[in-house]
Design a protein around this ligand. Sequence first.
Ligand code: NAD
Length: 462
Amino acid sequence: MPINESMVQDIVQEVLAKMQIQEAPTGKHGVFKDMNEAIEAAKQSQKIVRKMSMDQREKIISTIRKKICQNAETFARMGVEETGMGNVGDKILKHRLVAEKTPGTEDITTTAWSGDRGLTLIEMGPFGVIGAITPCTNPSETVLCNTMGMLAGGNTVVFNPHPAAIKTSIFAVNLLNEASLEAGGPDNIACTVENPTLETSNIMMKHKDIPLIAATGGPGVVTAVLSSGKRGIGAGAGNPPALVDETADIRKAAQDIVNGCTFDNNLPCIAEKEIVAVSSVVDELMHYMVTEQGCYLASKEEQDALTAVVLKGGRLNRKCVGRDAKTLLSMIGVKVPSNIRCITFEGPKEHPLIAEELMMPILGVVRAKDFNDAVEQAVWLEHGNRHSAHIHSKNIDNITTYAKAIDTAILVKNAPSYAALGFGGEGYCTFTIASRTGEGLTSASTFTKRRRCVMSDSLCIR
Ligand code: NAD
C-alpha cells in the first residue's frame, strides 16, 4: 500500500505521543516523596492564590484548559497504557469535555440582601488546602477537573491518587503547575506524592492543614473519609439502571443505552450498568441491541463462564474492569468480530452480572411485568447509592414517578448517560459526583465555604 502524507503524519503523531508518555516528567512541579512536604508546599501556594484576583485565577484556569486540549491524546494513551482500562478515543473526548465544560470562577457568586437595615452578603471563600483522593477509572480527568474547581474557589489541593494510575495522575499534576507558572501563578497549586499508599492517605486525612477532603471512588474510600472527623465530600459507587417503558422510542433507546454503556468501556460511574424493561418491549429492545448496536447475546453457559471470570472467587476481577467486549469474550474462549461492543442477555435482577457494579460493557436485561414493577426492580438494583439512573419513556407521569422513587443525583431521560456530563446534554462537566454526601455534581462553588458579611444600617442606597 503506498504511504501518503496523512499516514506519515498519523505515524509521527503516534510516535510523539509515545515519546511524551515515556518522558512524562516526575519529581517536579507538585510531586513530592513525602505527604507532609506535599501539604506544606500546597499550603504555601495557597497563601499566594488567596491574594490573587479572580481574574488572575481565571487566567490560570484558561491556561489549564488550553494545555488539556493540547495533551488530550497523550493523557488518553497514557491512561489506557498504565491502567489497561478504557479506550483512547473516548478518553480524548473526556479530556476535551473537562477542558471545555468544567466551571471556572463564574461559579463563585455572591448573594446579597439590601434593605432598611443595611446590606448583607453571602460570599464563597476558600477552605485552604483540600485533600483529594482520586480513582483509577478516570484518573487524569478527575485530577484536572477537581483542581480547576478548587482553584477557582481560591484553594490549592493535595492528591492521593490511585496507585494503579500514578503516572497519569502525576502527568496531570505537572501540567496543572506548568499552566499556573505560565499564567503568572505559583507552583504547587496541585501537589501529590510519588508513591501514594493507604499510609499517605491517612496522613492527609489526619493533617491539621487539611480542612476538607474530596473522595472519588468506591464505598471503602468514601466511608474512610467520612470517618476521618473532617468535612468530607463523598463521591461514591453507583450501579445505574436504565429503565425502558412501552412509550419509549425502542430503537433509539437501544442505541442510546448501548452508546452510554460502551463509552470508555463502561468506566464512568454514571454509565448504564443494566436495563430494566417492561415485558412488552423486551424482545424488540434486545432485537435492536443485537442486530443494530453490536451487542453479543450470551448463552446461559457463556453467562456462567463470564461470571466465573469477571467475579472470580466472588470478587470483582480487576483484569476485566474497563476491558472491551471482544476482550472479555476472548477470556471465555469466544471469538467475535470487532464490531461487537457490548455483551447482553436476559436475566433476573439477582444475576451477579446484573446486580454488581462491573464497569465493563456487560448489559443484562431484566424483564418487568409492568411499569411499577420496573421501578421497584430498578430501585433495588441501584442499591441505595442515590448516584445515577436513566429512563427511556415519553410518559411524563412515569418519568416523574421514577425520578421520585430512585432519588439519584443524576437522572437522564431519553439520552445516553454521558449527557449528564454535558456531552450531548446541557450543563457543566464534573468527574466527582457527590452522590453519598448530597452535593451532587461538584463544581467550584462546592469547594467553598459560605461567609456572611453584614453592614448594619448602611450601604443600602435605594
Ligand atoms: P477505589 O475505591 O478502588 O479507589 C478510589 C481511590 O480510593 C483510590 O485512590 C484508592 O487508592 C483509594 N482508597 C480505596 N480504599 C481506601 C481506603 N480505605 N482509605 C483510603 N483510600 C482508599 O475505586 P476505583 O476502582 O479507583 O474507581 C471505581 C469506583 O469509584 C467505582 O465504584 C465507581 O463507581 C466509583 N467512582 C465514583 C465517582 C463519582 O463521582 N461518584 C467517580 C468515579 C468513580
